[in-house]
Design a protein around this ligand. Sequence first.
Ligand code: ADP
Ligand code: MG
Length: 237
Amino acid sequence: MIKAKNINKSFGELEVLRDVSFDVQQGEVISIIGPSGSGKSTLLRSLIGLEEINSGELFIEGISVKKSGKKAYEKMGMVFQGFNLFPHKTVMGNLIEAPIVVKGEKKEEAKKRAEELLNKVGLTDKKDSYPAQLSGGQKQRVAIARALAMEPDIMLFDEPTSSLDPELVGEVLTVIRGLADENITMMIVTHEMGFAKDVSDRVFFMDHGKIISDTVPEKIFVNPESERIQNFLTKIL
Ligand code: ADP
Ligand code: MG
């Protein structure tokens, strides 16, 4: 589904991704953990084409990102820490915008799927509300539904609960858990270690621009292979 081969990314002199390689299979859920500044966001942003890599190769569903230009990204959705909803559009307006504008769907068709997605994230009654009228947890659930409206095969989440009040974290994680059960391929940057442990097939630990561990959650959380990881987990838990 996703294949990264020796990807490198620098901002000026700063090497942010250093020879990163990995494979993600269809339906796998990958959590990415690691200290601030280790390159987690840059990795996800590179996968979806928001950052251009300096070297290496990236394949999405077997298509080389370099060769296909934008095409490879059409299969991906991304959810950010800060929601990024259109403030002047209703919840429904947010959900139907991209399917209509980007995919050329008919409005009725887009609305029908939006209704289904709002039902899935538990927000049917908010379809006519504006983002400012929603709680953080509700905004993030709208952001997830909006990404799903494009029917992606792959969903990327960058700290989807980091800007939420603690009592709102659970409702967002529940929605993401539901997607994991539906077999959508996902990569999730998170500091929610309990969630990462439950939901992931594999956990990547990033440090200084490298994936220094790529293993099953049972291993990294129960018996981390390096002192570096152990120290990080002790601090965060
Ligand atoms: P993480 O998500 O793990 O906290 P990031 O990928 O956001 O890490 O950032 C990795 C490093 O790259 C940090 O040192 C950050 O300051 C730097 N960085 C990220 N984006 C940019 C940018 N657009 N320009 C310059 N430096 C950046
Ligand atoms: Mg980040």
